[in-house]
Design a protein around this ligand. Sequence first.
Ligand SMILES: Cc1ncc(C[n+]2csc(CCOP(=O)(O)OP(=O)(O)O)c2C)c(N)n1
Ligand SMILES: [Mg+2]
Length: 559
Amino acid sequence: MNSSTLLARLTVEALRRAGVRHVVLSPGARSAPLAYALQAAGDALDLRVRHDERVAAFTALGAAGAVVTTSGTAAANLHPAVLEAHHGHRPLVVITADRPRELRGTWANQTSDLQSDLFGAAVGARLDLADADAAKDPEVAMRALAETLATIRSRPGPVHLDLGFSEPLVPNDDDAGEQLPVTPPPTWAPPTHPVSSPGRLEPGPRTIVVAGDVTDRGAPGQAREVALAAGWPLLAEPSSGVAGQAAVAAHRLLLELPELGGSVERVVAYGRPTLSRPVTRLLSRPDVDLVLVTPDEHWPEPGRPATRVSRLDPASLPPASGDREWARRWALASWAARGALDAALDAWAAEHPGELCGLLVARAAALAARPGETLVAAASNPIRDLDLVGHRIPAGVRVLSNRGLAGLDGTLATASGAAFGGSFVRALVGDLAFLHDAGALLVPPGERRPDLQVVVLNDDGGGIFSLLEPGELAARGPAEAAVFERLFGTPHGTDLAALCAGYGVQHRSAHGPQELAAALSTPGPGTGVVEVRADRTHLRALHAQVRARVHDAVRATLA
Ligand SMILES: Cc1ncc(C[n+]2csc(CCOP(=O)(O)OP(=O)(O)O)c2C)c(N)n1
Ligand SMILES: [Mg+2]
């Protein structure tokens, strides 16, 4: 076996042993040994091909798998997904083909001496391994690969293998039947964390449980169990794994009320809450004790003093500990908010026949979701709309969102990767998120298209900015509004149906709640796009109305 084939086959074997199932490959010459080795692995791995490396990397991120590329700028295109994986604490293996070390930093084509350390501190581990090293001692090479890959489990995040291949870059004719010259390394077992004993909390203070993104890593449902056991209100972001019935409805609006938000004395926080300003404000209040339940020692600090515990044992909490009357008021408020929110959305729909808004789309998508399915929500309004109707998310529905850095890029690719495991995926995206990642619709004709329904709320630009400070300035007059449109609204007028046609992807439009419900209930096999046109100019009024109705209803209930 030639040395490039040997290193490639060792790498594929190490991936398999590390439990990596999905591999996304982009074409290239330097990476040819890896391409052949992946193809030769047959059903041991699920191999997919994508042209664009940026798309390939986000696809691998969605699939919690590996991405394989050639050298040069191809490798640099992996960077956004690597950063997202790092900050989102999600596993991602990036494998870049390189020249042997002695040719880097010379005039060799498509070669950069920066590549082996391209991602800097963003990767939890990296390995710079040449095929000559593998040929010299395959056992040592195999161990190095296995140890590097093992870190994605002990500390979820990206790892980087930069592999130096020398010619020939294709297998010899008789390589296929040859065994790898290594004894199998021991199968990897999850490390036991050096964690302290379960934390115990005094039952006294008025306590809220906040569940942020990827709450459930390593502790399925723990935030919910603790909240239920102690009788504490649960404020759950959609991608926390514990959103749904048990969580407080429209929590970000309730926190704004002094009689609710103002009376919190302690927060027990799981995951990384980043989504709404009322929650962020609560977490930074100096008069509120903050207890972080962290899965490992690498979990980020919130930027202020906090007590860290590795685990809270629901069994150690006295049932309905603390102020029961206070918890009951939250439950009443949640019930009132739920009704008021629905009433506000139904009233809006009645006033705007045949139209839709993001909140109605998010509610319809939550209601249409079935256990075992995945909902992917893009950054910007889609994830925030889903947050407001999060109590509608049925149990058993996985919600995925790139909250590590909240980038718009890569959403469609992430969603398609999430479908590789076989579960149906529905993605809620804005038009700019859609356009940013339209390249993810490019699936080579011979490849299976994932079962993915993309619902695009097309408001011809960045709707979220209307709800932020620039939107406030824009409301001052026509000159300010024009500046807003150019700098923030950024309309594009793109024909999404034509774009989909270009990629050979089915496109349909949905006008009004009935057409949307029909489209959601008949997604069809493969990938399809449902376009919902919406008017950004409604957004401020809609959100003001929802807020007022929820606040009024909650105040009346608590009075
Ligand atoms: C890669 C990237 N670029 C820029 C941003 C900043 N950004 C946040 S939201 C947003 C507008 C999103 O528009 P759209 O996807 O249409 O959603 P909408 O707000 O209209 O619902 C932008 C540009 C980002 N989050 N990520
Ligand atoms: Mg938009």
